[in-house]
Design a protein around this ligand. Structure first.
Ligand SMILES: [Zn+2]
Length: 299
């Protein structure tokens, strides 16, 4: 500690449920949260040798394989990436695929810091550990030899919303003939990954498209606008997460991040930020859906 204090021994990313999480609209870590986690941990662990993997409780959504530590111990973590809502810890021999489930978080802690009841897995890099906390245990930690892309969880995923493959022509093509509401299409991971309930509602508001509009009715102009709005919405959320991350001062659970100003999400009966009409809440496919009946009209 002399002269140079380790700046790393703080939680770098913690995912907190939103205030509305007790309703049926319970938000889970979505793409921006996972991306922020990825960016937060990467500089601290990428390129480092994993000395030990500790599995205190393997009983996650899919049990952590008993032999998983033998695949990674002693190996160098070559890259930390994200695909959809999966974090990919890439080693020469394969990839650890981590999903944060409904309540998971990955934090960087001192390896000696005592583990709490919900701290199920540690990836130890000498004096530091990347610690998975998951109170509800819907998360996942699985091993995939060689290329992660062929793992069944990843093989059938659609394009990344922030990637080049997601553009107006693509959205137009995959929505032709569809009578399903556009919101369902945005949330269908075979067509587009990483857009969950919050960001689907927010993107559709920005694009002034009714969430129940049959997807096949969207023409080229509205497809182009929606693509732009999905990207803007996610980029703004990542930026919000990133800025809070820089301010993160440690301690458990504060300050929370992603306390964003939503346009419509979880704002039922509150005035629309554009036109002051009360925001409406409906349930569609068992998910709470929020929209402004004036700004977002059905065609
Ligand atoms: Zn409005």
């Amino acid at each position: 500690m002399v002269g140079r204090s380790p700046p790393l021994l703080q939680p770098v990313a913690r995912l907190r449920p939103h205030a509305a999480s007790l309703s049926d609209s319970a938000p889970m870590p979505e793409l921006p949260e996972v991306e922020t986690t990825c960016r937060g941990i990467r500089p601290h662990v990428q390129g480092r040798r994993l000395t030990r993997m500790v599995v205190r409780n393997p009983r996650l959504r899919v049990p952590v394989a008993a032999e998983l530590p033998t695949h990674v111990e002693g190996g160098t973590l070559e890259a930390v990436d994200r695909r959809a809502k999966y974090l990919l810890l890439r080693f020469a021999a394969g990839t650890v695929i981590v999903h944060l489930g409904m309540s998971g978080s990955l934090r960087l802690v001192a390896a000696a810091e005592p583990a709490g009841a919900h701290d199920h897995v540690d990836f130890v890099f000498a004096e530091q550990a990347l610690r998975l906390r998951d109170p509800r245990r819907f998360g996942m930690v699985v091993w995939q030899p060689a290329s992660a892309a062929v793992h069944p969880l990843l093989a059938s995923l659609g394009p990344e919303p922030l990637g080049d493959d997601f553009d107006a022509a693509y959205l137009l093509r995959v929505t032709r003939g569809l009578r399903a509401p556009i919101k369902h299409v945005l949330m269908d991971s075979r067509k587009l990954v990483g857009v969950g309930n919050i960001y689907a509602s927010e993107s559709l508001f920005r694009a002034r498209i009714h969430p129940l509009e049959p997807a096949g009715l969207l023409g080229p102009r509205r497809c182009a606008r929606l693509v732009d709005c999905v990207r803007e919405t996610l980029a703004a959320a990542i930026e919000a997460g990133g800025s809070t991350l820089r301010d993160f001062v440690g301690g458990d659970g504060q300050p929370g991040y992603f306390q964003q100003q939503y346009f419509v999400y979880s704002r039922d009966d509150e005035p629309c930020r554009i036109c002051a009409t009360p925001v409406r809440r409906i349930v569609s496919a068992q998910r709470a859906t929020f929209y402004c009946p004036r700004c977002q009209r059905r065609s």
